[in-house]
Design a protein around this ligand. Structure first.
Ligand code: C2E
Ligand code: MG
Ligand code: MG
Ligand code: MG
Length: 286
């Protein structure tokens, strides 16, 4: 009886795996046609200063609207694209769109996500430098977001890539900070400008003492090393207040704005401040 049950479970498991593989294939096929079918778009989420909530930049985030399955999250399709050369095609598209949007904003920077495979591509630095130059954009207005996975495997080469990007004037942000391994080693060794504190820690605030303690430590560490911080996933007023008290230099999250379409981002870019309190209380300050 036990054996039969076991076999039944194994079959169910195989069936699920099959289903998984089929789904991944469908996503891969769909993605390879997504650009031609005009199913991709970009949205931009404001990054604000911790104290006055001035919009200093926007994170560029990719969206995929399929005809058959509705919207599919980049958390699902980016890892699948990452397993093939599709990521390069998507990445080039993202970069072109993001630079075009940036060119319309009055002064903010754009923060673009690059997956490990993009970051390790030969000529990554030359390609991005060439595109930014062709668009007539100062590299200082482009922030490159990478995760620890991108720099972990081949540290020497990653260090060289980061040094070259920095020498050209690009800013480097370490995304999802605190969730990767050997975080302290990474921030000591690599040329970075900003740590993005992972949303999972902010999410635990203020309920979990541990999350609070970790966030405070990351902010303190960043300050000591002369790095900026961006707290990701800020959703509540309580979190804003706590992060401000802890000295977080920059904030990003639904509390301020969801990621928005290019036209709405342009409006926000011109409005510049996202603090209702500030707008009412102090109105005219620069
Ligand atoms: P990420 O780079 O860590 O981006 C932050 C994610 O948190 C975004 O999810 C954003 O919409 C979401 N977020 C921002 N504020 C809040 C908040 O207050 N609450 C909650 N619950 N979520 C918030 P999104 O857009 O679904 O992207 C997921 C991930 O997909 C990104 O994580 C990034 O790793 C990847 N991704 C997105 N766009 C691109 C892209 O153009 N290129 C690459 N390589 N990866 C991308
Ligand atoms: Mg990011
Ligand atoms: Mg992140
Ligand atoms: Mg992430």
């Amino acid at each position: 009886e036990a054996k039969r049950q076991g076999r039944g479970r194994a079959c169910a498991f195989d069936a699920r795996l099959d289903e998984d593989v089929r789904l991944r294939r469908r996503i891969e096929t769909g993605l390879s046609q997504a650009i031609a079918r005009d199913e991709l778009s970009m949205v931009y989420q404001p990054i604000v200063t911790g104290a006055r909530h001035e919009i200093v930049g926007f994170e560029a985030l990719l969206r995929w609207q399929t005809e058959d399955h509705g919207p599919i999250s980049p958390a699902v399709f980016v890892p699948i694209a990452e397993e093939s050369n599709l990521i390069h095609e998507l990445g080039d598209w993202v970069l072109d769109r993001s630079l075009a949007a940036l060119a319309t904003w009055p002064g903010q920077y754009v923060s673009i996500n690059f997956s490990p495979r993009q970051f390790r591509r030969p000529h990554f630095v030359d390609d991005i430098a060439q595109k930014v130059a062709a668009a007539g954009i100062a590299p200082e207005r482009v922030q490159i977001e990478i995760t620890e996975t991108a720099i972990f495997d081949d540290a020497d080469r990653a260090a060289e890539t980061l040094n070259r990007l920095r020498a050209l004037g690009f800013r480097i942000a370490l995304d999802d900070f605190g969730t990767g391994y050997s975080s302290l080693y990474n921030i000591r060794t690599f040329a970075l400008d900003v740590l993005k504190i992972d949303r999972s820690f902010i999410d635990g605030m203020p309920r979990e003492r541990e999350s609070m303690a970790i966030v405070r430590s990351i902010i303190h560490l960043a300050q000591s090393l002369g790095l900026g911080v961006i707290a990701e996933g800020v959703e509540t007023r309580a979190q804003v207040d706590l992060l401000r008290a802890a000295g977080a230099s920059h904030l990003q999250g639904y509390h301020f704005s969801r990621p928005v379409a290019p036209a709405a981002a342009l409006d926000l870019a011109h409005r510049r401040w996202l603090s209702p309190v500030r707008a009412v209380a102090t109105g005219t300050h620069g």
